[in-house]
Each structure stands twice: as structure tokens, then as C-alpha cells.
Design a binder for this molecule. Structure first.
Ligand code: AMP
Ligand code: FE
Ligand code: FE
Ligand code: ZN
Length: 290
């Protein structure tokens, strides 16, 4: 017997954000944009939320683009934020639901604290931030950035991150997040496929240490997001070597945030055979096919 090979979904952009987190495009509109970009599939990976899946899935037939439902799970190693992409998880998994609810709650408390600190020096209120969200949005610093733009304190989101929101400005505060090992286990326990997001943004010298990566792989880490607009070029050869040594797949994705970041949808892509391997590895949910 030859094992069933999943229907090829084509080239995919495996890391995309909607208004459910800090993207500026609605889930259905993302599917239309994906069609215009000539993509076979996209993964919707809002921060710590699956709330956009249904709307994106409903737009699949019109778009002709497949949807790989996913999530970008926030984790933290000491002071360093580590993001895990979890593909095809079971959205009803109790532990994942509880953990992401806890993260989203803490994101709110933390954003309120950051706003309190900023408001000592700038005219900015919590209502200004809420005005940048929709019902149920996973709140993050991008929404504070957008509120600062709306108030005229900075011209763009990126300027807010480079200035007022930069840790050196003294307004920063952390939110709760599990450690990466717990994150990998949570995604696997929910039937999902974990991939380490943008592991090279801090350069070759600061990619995850081999021993730590080995622990994540033993827990079920499946891939490294090597082709990402913010991974530094000098980190990529090292990441490819690590992927080879640890038997991990290499993915490529844009981390599109709509107008919220310069990243363009589809500017980095994952090969069709890698997409098929991720789908074959998953048991929590299935891709939505056109
Ligand atoms: P938070 O989740 O609150 O820690 O905020 C981090 C998010 O802000 C990430 O998802 C990034 O995509 C986004 N972000 C980071 N830097 C920038 C930037 N310079 N411009 C726009 N968005 C950014
Ligand atoms: Fe984001
Ligand atoms: Fe991220
Ligand atoms: Zn992201």
C-alpha cells in the first residue's frame, strides 16, 4: 500500500495576519489578496487566536486559494519573545484555548500599563487604542502604535516602534507567555505542526542555541521559517544548516500585516512539497480547499 499523498496545494505564504490580531486586512479580503498574488494557499496565523478562521474559510471558494488554518503562538524565553507558528491545530483543544485566553488577557493588562506610562508624556488614552481594534482583537503594541499615529504623535506604525514604543524609551512592559518548550508541546497536543517563526531576526550570532533547538525538536518542532523578510541575511546559512542537521523543514512566509508593515503578501513563499509535508503531519484540523 502506498500512503495517500495529500492533494498539492501549491506554493504557499504560511504566515499572514488579519484584523483579528495586528493586521489591517479582514480575513475574507486576505483570501482575495492571496488570489491576486498568485498563491496556491495561505496560512492565517493571527497572534494567539483562531477567531479569523471561519471568515477566511468562507472566502475560500470565491478566492480559489486554499486556507491552512493556523496561529502564531506567543512564547517567551527569559526576556526574549519567541513566536511559534502552529498549523492545523484543533481550535477546540481545551489547553490551547485556556493558554491563549490567558495570553490575550495579559496582553490587555500589559497594553494598558504601556498606555499609562506613555500618557504621562503624550496625549493618549486607552480608548484611543480600543478605537484601533475590532471586537475580540488580540491586542498588541501595533494597536498602541496606530493610536499614536491617529493622535498625530508619529507618522507611521514603524516610526512608533522605532521611537515611543522602543524599549529604550522606558514605556515597555512584558505580557505573560509560556516558554517555547511548553508552546511546542501545546501545539503538538492539539494535533498541530509547530514551526519556529522568524528565528533569524537578531542575526547569525543570536539564533537559538543548538542544545535548546534540540530540546524543541525532541518535543516535536517540525520546521524553521528561514525565508522571512526580517530574518537577517547572515543568519540564513546557519538556519539552513540547523534545519538539515535536525531534520526540520524550511519554510518561507511574508508575515504580511496589511498596511501595518512594509512586508508584501507572498514576497516569501514555501515550496509545495513542504506544504504537503506539513499537511500530512497534522491531525488537529484540515486545510480548507477551494
Ligand atoms: P507585541 O505582540 O505587542 O509584542 O508586538 C509585536 C508585534 O508588532 C509583532 O507581531 C510585529 O509584527 C509588530 N511589529 C514589530 N515591529 C514593527 C514595526 N517596526 N512596524 C510594524 N509592526 C511591527
Ligand atoms: Fe504581528
Ligand atoms: Fe512574529
Ligand atoms: Zn507574525
Amino acid at each position: 500500500m502506498v500512503a495517500a499523498v495529500p492533494e498539492p496545494l501549491g506554493e504557499a505564504d504560511l504566515h499572514v495576519h488579519s484584523v483579528v490580531s495586528d493586521g489591517t486586512v479582514a480575513p475574507a479580503a486576505l483570501m482575495a489578496e492571496a488570489a491576486a498574488a498568485g498563491l496556491g494557499a495561505i496560512a492565517l496565523t493571527d497572534h494567539d487566536s483562531t477567531a479569523g478562521w471561519a471568515e477566511a474559510a468562507a472566502a475560500v471558494p470565491d478566492s480559489g486559494v486554499a486556507l491552512i488554518p493556523g496561529m502564531e503562538l506567543s512564547t517567551r524565553e527569559g526576556f526574549t519573545s519567541v513566536h511559534l507558528l502552529g498549523y492545523l491545530i484543533d481550535p477546540l483543544d481545551d489547553r490551547l484555548i485556556a493558554e491563549t485566553a490567558r495570553i490575550r488577557e495579559s496582553r490587555i493588562t500589559r497594553a494598558e500599563e504601556i498606555v499609562r506610562r506613555i500618557s504621562r508624556d503624550y496625549d493618549l488614552s486607552w480608548e484611543d487604542v480600543l478605537a484601533q481594534t475590532v471586537e475580540g482583537t488580540t491586542i498588541g503594541r501595533p494597536h498602541i502604535a496606530d493610536a499614536l499615529v491617529a493622535r498625530g504623535h508619529v507618522p507611521t506604525r514603524s516610526d512608533a516602534f522605532a521611537g515611543i514604543l522602543h524599549p529604550s524609551s522606558g514605556y515597555a512592559a512584558p505580557h505573560y507567555a509560556p516558554d517555547p518548550l511548553t508552546g511546542v508541546r501545546l501545539i503538538r497536543a492539539a494535533g498541530g505542526v509547530p514551526v519556529l517563526a522568524h528565528p533569524g531576526t537578531r542575526g547569525a550570532e543570536r539564533v537559538i542555541p543548538d542544545r535548546r533547538l534540540g530540546q524543541l525538536v525532541d518535543a516535536g518542532l517540525f520546521g524553521l521559517e528561514v525565508d522571512h523578510p526580517e530574518n537577517r541575511e547572515d543568519s540564513k546559512p546557519r538556519l539552513r544548516e540547523l534545519a538539515k542537521r535536525f531534520g526540520l523543514v524550511v519554510t518561507g512566509s511574508s508575515d504580511y500585516h496589511g498596511a501595518g508593515k512594509p512586508n508584501r503578501l507572498g514576497e516569501c513563499r514555501t515550496a509545495a512539497d513542504v506544504v504537503a509535508r506539513i499537511v500530512a503531519e497534522a491531525s488537529g484540523s484540515a486545510p480548507v480547499l477551494p
